[in-house]
Design a protein around this ligand. Sequence first.
Ligand code: NAP
Length: 246
Amino acid sequence: MSDFEGVSVLVTGGSRGIGLAISKAFAERGAKVTMMDILADHADEAMAATGHPDRCRFVAGDVSDADSASAAIDAAVEHGGGLDVLVNNAGITRDTLLMRMKDADWDQVMGVNLKGTFLMTKAASRRLMKSPRGRLINIASVVGMTGNAGQANYAASKAGVVGFTKSIAKELAGRGVTANAVAPGFIQTDMTAELPEGAAERLMSLIPMSRLGTVEDVAEVVVFLASPQAGYVTGQVIPVDGGMVM
Ligand code: NAP
């Protein structure tokens, strides 16, 4: 449990859903966690929910904005005395069929999911290289591998995250930084709370393990990838999906 004592971790979208579970999992193991989110209204509640508010700091900012990204990295460095682990988790959906998809639906999803991952990683890269165990973990999606009707923007952004992750893995391997992606399947969060009628049953039939994923299922794999035990794992995409995509 003390593997992360004093380790500095920044989690984007870190105060809700999967991001909050990731923040909590690191804080429980002794890490100094900076949680970045676009809205600050639930900051205190989110830090309390980790069980270790003293180890957490909240920073408001938009990952798709370069100045916000730099400011968040600076805040994490100040809070944690450096930066060892960046988890690019912030993500949005604007689902609709291609014929109805507005340019703004495309641009917003690409801006947060893909450009945000690029901006945060770029701003963090020097700090990660200075760390004795620099780790980049990007949250992709199985949809980035399989595609999904009604999610052309989201699937393209997540496929982009996979290509980005593998490229950074190659660029930073020589500097001792690993870069991996976690691809959740269908996880119970606000993002998936509202499904069209019958969709949940249809989805369940596609999951060999016959249950939706929990935020903890994803968080534990992220923690493993950030651990010393995963020091020789880089450029990989790890599905956490109950066997949906094999
Ligand atoms: P969620 O509950 O909707 O939470 C998303 C988080 O991202 C929120 O904390 C939100 O902040 C933050 N965020 C949104 N836009 C942002 C921006 N521009 N800058 C900074 N933070 C921003 O989503 P989730 O289900 O936990 O998903 C987390 C990640 O997992 C996403 O990348 C998602 O694509 C991926 N994923 C989820 C599932 C699933 O089944 N849930 C499946 C595959 C992949 P506010 O609270 O301030 O709005």
